[in-house]
Each structure stands twice: as C-alpha cells, then as structure tokens.
Design a protein around this ligand. Structure first.
Ligand code: UDX
Length: 447
C-alpha cells in the first residue's frame, strides 16, 4: 500500500564541498529519507561531512582531484573551478558503478556542478538540481545575457545607485561580482550553471513562497521546468550537525547570562574575509554601541587578538565574547540574541528570518548583495551598512535596530516572517505541499 507523501526508491545526492552548500544538501537528504527514500550522499574528500551524525544515510567518498596546496593558494573563482571540475571523473566512475548495483530513482546535485547533466544524460539518469541560494539570485543569474544586453554589465561606477528596472528594487551595485576580478569568468560559470539547471528535470530551492513568490513565478517562466520551493530546510532538523568546523559551545552558556534581546551576534559566514581595518572599525563601533556582542572571527588562533585596538580589550572583557566558530542556529534561537550582523549568505539570511532576528547587512560578494537588498528593501527587516565600514556608521546601525522606532517595526515584521516560515512547513503549508509534489514526482520515476 502506498502512503501519501512517502515513497521508496534510491536517490543519490552530490553536494559542493563548501559549508553553505553541504548543510542544505544534508538537510535535503534527511528530508527525503524521512519520506521513505534510501539516500546516498556522495562527497568529495575535501571538506567531508561527518557520517556519524547521520546514521540513516549512506555516504560514499570520492577523490577531490586536487592537492591541498592547489586549493590553499587559489582565489575564489579558481577555487570554485577546482571544486566543480576536478571531481567529474571520480563522480562519473562512482555513478556508473552505482547503477550496476541497482536502479536509481534520481540524482540530485548542487547547481554548480555544470558537468553533471551531461553525465546524467549519458548514463540515462534523471537529474534534479539543488539551488542552495535564493530564487531571486537564480532568476537574476538566468537573466545575465539580458543584463549584459541592457548595459548593466560591465558594472560602471557612475551607475551604481541606479535601480535595475527588470529586477526592482535591486540596484546596479547589488549585481553579483566577486571582488574586483572575475568579470570575464563569472558569466561563463553562471551561464554554465543556468543552462545545466535549465536542462535538468527540476530545481529544488531552499526557500518558501511567502518570501519569494514573485521571483519563483519569474523563475518558472525563465526555466520552464518544475521548481520545488521546499525550505526552510534547517527548521526540520536539529541544528548544527552539518557543521564542517567545530563550534565553540561555550558561547551558549555565555548567552544564558544575558538579558533578552540584548546581544548582537556577528558572523560573516564560511568564506568572506574581513580586512584588518574592518576588524578595527567593527571593534570600535561595538565599543561605542554599549551592546553585548558575540563575534565570530573565523581566522582564529591568537592572530585576531593582535588586530584588535587596545582600547577595545576592556570592552571585550565586560560585554563581549569572540569565538572561531559558533553553533549559529542555536545562537539565533537564543532569547538573548537581539540582532544578527551578517554577510547575508543565503543560509544565514534564512536562519535569521526563521528565528525572527533582525539583521545588520554587510554583504561581500555574489548573491550576498542581492539577499541584503531583499532584507532591507523588500522584507524590511534589517539595516544595510551601505557606506564605508566605519565606527560611526556601525554605531548608528546598531542604535537604529536596538533603540529606534524603526528597529521596533523591523522586529515586528521579522517576527511575522518567523511565523510564516514555521507555518509553510505544516500540513497544507506551501513548502509542505511542494515537498509532497516532489515526492510524487520521484515516485513517478520509479515506474
Ligand atoms: C556561501 C556564499 O558565500 C553565499 O553567498 C551563498 O549564499 C552560500 O554559500 P557562506 O559564507 O558559507 O555562503 O554563508 P551561508 O550561506 O550563510 O552559510 C554559512 C553556514 O554556516 C550557515 O548555515 C551558518 O549557520 C553556519 N555557521 C556560520 C555556523 O554554523 N557557525 C558560524 O560561526 C558561522
């Protein structure tokens, strides 16, 4: 007998080995397992997940295809290229062997594996794509040729404040760019990602209707394949099991001793690099804010201590805590946390929305600028640090969020979104329904 919303069959998932991509793929793996599928996660030897956190899933490791020294010296674009291209051979060999062991319902890969559709076609496998970023940024990527045609790219300094008519309220300065370089590379990588997504059998997105309904409609028109918005994934499972770094749990007991909504949590994700000058300005802005703060400085070791201004050290002692890596989802759930100063990686943005925590936005690159614009101008649940990262601006942004009427309104709006995020996962909710459709779709592939 078939149970509605459940199925059998075998699904292989293949995440890109970066924190912001591994976490949602492992959460998707658990979701599919909970609906009855046997799930195998194929992962690279670079940044491997910890299988012991997932007794119900099967794991298979393949060689990453590069040496540690190659990736350590690579810039962001080259690093992405290494991660994306070098595993093609080992992955294809794995898939061929796996097909000899029995039928496969479907393959789901990260959207950036631009070789995967060709491999799937060659081996007669149905492939779906997991988009770990927002629907809006994918829709923007899909319109890259149009943005070039209309002259928004290459980005011109004189047009930064101009609104992009085709994507309001995004401005020219929000268009994805990676540092000062990469304009030649980005369209090639993005073009490959979009066309491989378009040629797949469907796109699964870690988002929900209430926050991105317009972008989802536009994306469906652009791609013309099924789109399944079934997020927010992380709300379905216990926090942090997918962390690639060891989190400092001591910050939770530190938070326990703080009054409700009194702490600002600061973290810029797993990739973005903060300059020494920015660290100094952040420290001095925090010093004059009078808030408690929990600050993730990823580089760790004792190096960061040397970069902090001497006058900040007593402030740190009295009001702050610095850690190398935090259990972020637990931190954001904590009642003492009143704001999240973030780089607006999509996972961090979603996690903040889902816990009803307003944001200070400091995007660095790619989709982060798009996410930040949505936080401040569409959902209106955050303050954008658009100008220079400078102590005065920082102090003002913190004050706006914690003390001003505007901050109170943002807090009310993000609380509403938190409720919507919870209800979309309940029976009858948009993500719940979309997941049912995805399960039905997979079931149809078994016949
Ligand atoms: C990368 C890209 O930079 C981003 O633009 C894209 O949207 C996703 O991939 P990343 O820097 O990893 O993002 O940020 P994000 O997407 O926010 O993911 C970071 C994850 O690490 C989050 O799930 C967060 O909870 C977790 N995290 C972060 C921790 O567990 N502890 C920390 O201290 C910091």
């Amino acid at each position: 007998m078939t149970v509605p919303g459940r199925s059998t069959g075998r699904i292989i998932l293949f995440p890109l080995p970066l924190q912001g991509h591994v976490s949602p793929m492992l959460q998707l793996a658990q979701l599919l397992r909970s609906r009855g599928f046997a799930v195998t996660v194929v992962h690279s030897t670079f940044n491997p997940p910890n299988p012991s956190n997932y007794p119900d899933l099967e794991f298979h490791s393949i060689p990453c295809g590069f040496h540690d020294s190659e990736i350590a010296s690579a810039d962001l674009i080259l690093r992405m290229n290494l991660l994306i291209t070098r595993c093609e051979g080992p992955f294809t060999t794995f898939l061929e062997e796996s097909l000899r062991n029995g039928p496969l319902t479907c393959l789901v890969t990260d959207s950036w594996y631009i070789f995967a559709q060709e491999v799937a076609n060659k081996l007669g496998v149905t492939r779906l794509v997991l988009r770990t970023g927002s629907a809006t940024s994918l829709s923007l990527f899909a319109d890259f040729p149009l943005l070039f045609e209309k002259g928004y790219y290459p980005i011109q300094g004189s047009r930064l404040e101009e609104e992009i008519i085709e994507f309001p309220p995004l401005k020219v300065k929000d268009l994805p760019a990676i540092g000062s370089q990469g304009l030649d590379e980005i369209p090639v990588m993005v073009g490959g990602m979009v066309s491989n997504s378009r040629n797949s059998s469907g796109v699964i997105i870690n988002t929900f209707d209430d926050i991105e309904s317009e972008s989802l409609s536009k994306l469906r028109e652009q791609l013309r394949i099924p789109v399944f918005p079934i997020g927010p994934f992380h709300k379905c499972f216990p926090a942090s099991s997918s962390s690639l770094l060891t989190a400092d749990g001591g910050c939770i007991s530190w938070l326990d001793g703080k009054p409700p909504q009194s702490v600002i949590y600061i973290s810029f994700g797993s990739i973005a690099a903060v300059t020494d000058e920015q660290i100094q300005e952040i420290a001095l802005g925090l010093a004059s804010s009078n808030c408690f703060f929990l600050w993730v400085i990823r580089e760790g070791g004792s190096g960061w201590l040397d970069q902090l201004p001497a006058e900040f050290l007593p402030v740190l002692e009295q009001r702050g805590k610095i850690v190398n890596w935090a259990p972020q989802q637990e931190v954001l759930v904590h009642p003492a946390v009143g704001a999240f100063w973030t780089h607006n990686g999509w996972n961090s943005t979603l996690e903040s929305l889902c816990e009803g925590v307003p944001m200070i936005c400091m995007p660095f690159f790619t989709d982060q600028t798009v996410n930040a614009r949505y936080v401040t101008n569409v959902w209106k649940v955050g303050v954008h640090l658009e100008n220079k990262i400078e102590r005065g601006n920082i102090e003002m942004a913190i004050k706006q969020l914690f003390k001003d009427h505007e901050g109170k309104q943002m807090r009310d709006r993000v609380t509403e979104l938190k409720e919507k995020a919870a209800s979309c996962l309940q029976q009858g909710g948009s993500s719940h329904e979309s997941l049912n459709e995805l399960v039905d779709y997979f079931s149809s592939l078994n016949h």
